[in-house]
Design a protein around this ligand. Structure first.
Ligand SMILES: O=C(O)CCC(=O)C(=O)O
Length: 297
């Protein structure tokens, strides 16, 4: 398990081997303690894009709001386990899921997210009491960044998981990338992608412990181009083990995605990597490999 290279109380980091300074989001003291754990993913400081995982800690008052909101969600059984199509076989995906949209515009239809033959349709944030959680996540954005359009909720029980993937946002310009709030302890794994030029500058793998009430940011320009992440199954059955993660995303549309949507020859193919992962889960494999591909349904 990796320990943070640095725990900072200041928000400008000066890497030892390069001349530029690195600025991290300053935690808003209404919601967060001042502590930030910084995990660099570069193998050599100053070489390649600067990519980090940053872990912030919510104050007890914010944790209380978070816990109440998530408990209410689970009491209403809002996170559903979906049956996906994998190699023409129907397989239950190993986690419960819910998509929440911050501000659905009337008449425009809500946010949707599709992979492995399933289509999640968003519920409005106000209906599930998520507006304060958007406020907490957005307080970590850098000045001028675009806000989050939605949040994907994953509910993991016992050995549930999400395999290796990157979140699709290829044109990501916001340096705060994807922000994830964790309810319950867990280990999130990161690794560099194979066969991607530039990915050789990053660590082969880093496992980061994220505790209940902590918030991690996949921080850095084009983070998702070079790095995959996963929440892998626990090694053993632990009855009653549960964790919920809330990943805040911009759900920006990719140019190719827009083209595809407009095209008459739209393909309904499910992402090959996700299929591989789910097939592995079906075979009770220990680890998986998949890639979310986010699309409008
Ligand atoms: O549970 C986590 O921390 C990871 C969630 C995730 O990978 C995702 O929603 O794409």
């Amino acid at each position: 398990m990796s320990r943070p290279e640095d725990t900072v109380m200041v928000y400008t980091c000066v890497p030892r081997t390069c001349t530029s300074t690195m600025e991290f989001p300053k935690p808003d003291m209404r919601f967060f303690t001042g502590e930030v754990d910084v995990y660099p993913l570069n193998t050599e400081k100053g070489v390649g894009r600067a990519l980090h995982v940053l872990v912030y800690k919510l104050k007890p008052t914010s944790q209380e709001i978070l816990r109440k909101t998530v408990t209410a969600l689970h009491d209403e059984n809002m996170c559903q386990r979906y049956i996906g199509t994998v190699f023409n076989r129907k397989v239950e995906l190993p986690r419960g899921q819910l998509l929440v949209e911050k501000s659905p515009k009337e008449g425009e239809g809500s946010l949707t997210y599709r992979y492995s033959g399933i289509c999640l349709e968003a519920v409005p944030a106000v209906k599930v009491g998520f507006m304060p959680l958007f406020e907490m996540a957005e307080s970590l954005m850098m000045p001028g960044e675009k806000g989050f359009r939605g949040v994907l909720v994953n509910k993991y029980d016992n050995r549930d998981s999400v395999g290796w993937h990157s979140d699709r946002d290829p044109e990501q310009v916001e340096i705060t990338g994807v922000i994830c709030i964790s309810v319950g302890d867990g280990t999130v794994s990161f690794r560099r992608k194979k066969n991607v030029p530039g990915a050789e500058h990053f660590v082969l793998r880093k496992d980061i412990e994220v505790k209940d009430g902590e918030v991690y940011i996949m921080f850095g320009e084009e983070f998702q181009q070079y790095i995959e992440h996963a929440y892998l199954p626990l090694k053993k059955n632990v009855d009653g083990a549960t964790r919920t993660s809330l990943t805040f995303r911009r759900f920006s549309k990719h140019k190719a995605q827009k083209r595809k949507k407009n095209s008459a020859t739209q393909s309904n193919k499910t992402p090959a990597d996700e299929e591989a992962h789910t097939a592995q889960v079906a075979k009770k494999a220990r680890t998986g490999s998949h890639g979310h591909q986010e699309d409008e349904c």
